[in-house]
Design a protein around this ligand. Structure first.
Ligand code: TRP
Length: 353
């Protein structure tokens, strides 16, 4: 009997251009798991993007561009099932069903909800309309549906999403307890997904923080961004804890710390160690550090940009594989929803007869 392959699932919100934080925090892991021959499901979480929508955005365009970048980074739609969340609308039904076993107090403690809530209380001028929607409160339930619908074993996510995966485990357990063993409970998330700090030294590189280095940045942009990084020699302690066990970062200005992390990721060990030595000896070296790093970054981006612009990697190609992969994931998903309906005693398979 052949051993059942582990099922991996993860999602990324369509936020436009992908940056180094996305790559080293998620995409690289996605590609590694794909190359280990696991059964991988990766999707663009466009329903989730709607929960924090403040103005109209062209998610379709952003989704296509993101997927072309995924492909350029090595994700292969022939090996991984790469789809768009909204092409699997039965996720919405599962969300509804799971909502019946989800405690509101639990949701109110969710990180995304709490963040948004505190931002709202920071500026109570009411100019934003009402961003605290039912959909936002339900963010973790939708995410649980994404995970449970494909019967995922493992959900690789960054530390900021760990709590959501734990909520999904909890919801699945509650469901099973109440309606009988129906849903596969995923394994807890392994710790220490890499989180890159921003070019400004902030704890997180993020699009809304405006501190990203992007995978599609050309050499000129790369150099400009890196040259613009503050390398103040004030011995401000590093604001983020290093979560890379093999890498020792001395106390240095946070944005300088970001440059060192990037160098560690992209350059050969001896180059990195050489610059570490320069730092310890307090030589004047920031200019050289920046131009050296910029070269490694551009070298890293070059093949990605090339594959991104490959005429074969066009919108039509993406739309074709989206269509095909939605067809691949749908039967698995419908099976889960049907099992839940049966367990709950509703909508009993009339359509099957
Ligand atoms: N919430 C995740 C994020 O913002 C994206 C996401 C949606 C996801 N559904 C998921 C990740 C299911 C893993 C599994 O990054």
């Amino acid at each position: 009997m052949s051993e059942k392959r582990e099922i991996i699932l993860s999602g990324i919100r369509p936020t436009g251009r992908l940056h180094y934080g996305n790559y080293f925090g998620a995409i690289k892991t996605f590609v590694d798991l794909q190359e280990q021959g696991k059964s991988c499901y990766y999707f663009i979480a466009d329903y989730h993007a709607l929960t924090t929508l403040t103005e109209r955005e062209d998610f379709f365009r952003q989704t296509l561009d993101m997927l072309r970048t995924y492909v350029a980074c090595g994700l292969d739609p022939a090996k991984s099932v790469i789809y768009r969340q909204s092409d699997l609308p039965c996720t919405a039904e599962l969300t509804l069903l799971l909502g019946m076993v989800t405690n509101i107090g639990h949701l109110e403690r969710g990180t995304t909800y709490k963040d948004k809530m505190s931002k709202l209380t920071d500026r109570r001028d009411g100019t934003e309309g009402n961003p605290l929607s039912y959909g936002l409160l339900g963010y973790p339930v939708l995410m649980a549906a994404d995970i449970l619908i494909v019967k995922a074993d493992i959900v690789p996510v960054g530390d900021d999403q760990r709590q959501h995966v734990e909520m999904a485990m909890d919801i699945a357990q509650k469901f099973n307890h109440r309606f009988g063993e129906t849903l596969k409970v995923p394994a807890p998330v392994a710790r220490n997904a890499l989180r890159l700090p921003g070019l400004d030294g902030a704890a997180k590189m993020g699009k809304s923080e405006h501190n990203t280095l992007d995978l599609l940045d050309d050499p000129k942009t790369v150099l400009k961004k890196i040259k613009g990084v503050q390398t103040s020699t004030d011995p401000a302690p590093l604001s983020v804890e290093s979560n890379e066990p093999d890498m020792v970062i001395p106390e240095m200005a946070p944005s300088l710390g970001t440059l060192y992390r990037l160098l560690h990721l992209l350059a050969p060990e001896d180059v990195y160690l050489d610059f570490m030595g320069k730092y310890r000896r307090q030589e004047k070296f920031y200019g050289l550090l920046k131009t050296t790093l910029a070269e490694y970054v551009s070298k890293f981006n070059e093949p990605i940009i090339e594959r991104y612009n490959d005429p074969a990697n066009n919108d039509e190609f993406v739309m074709d594989f989206l269509r095909e992969n939605a067809r691949k994931v749908t039967p698995v998903a419908l099976e889960t929803v049907e099992a839940c309906r049966q367990a709950m005693g509703i909508g009993h398979s009339l359509h099957r007869a």
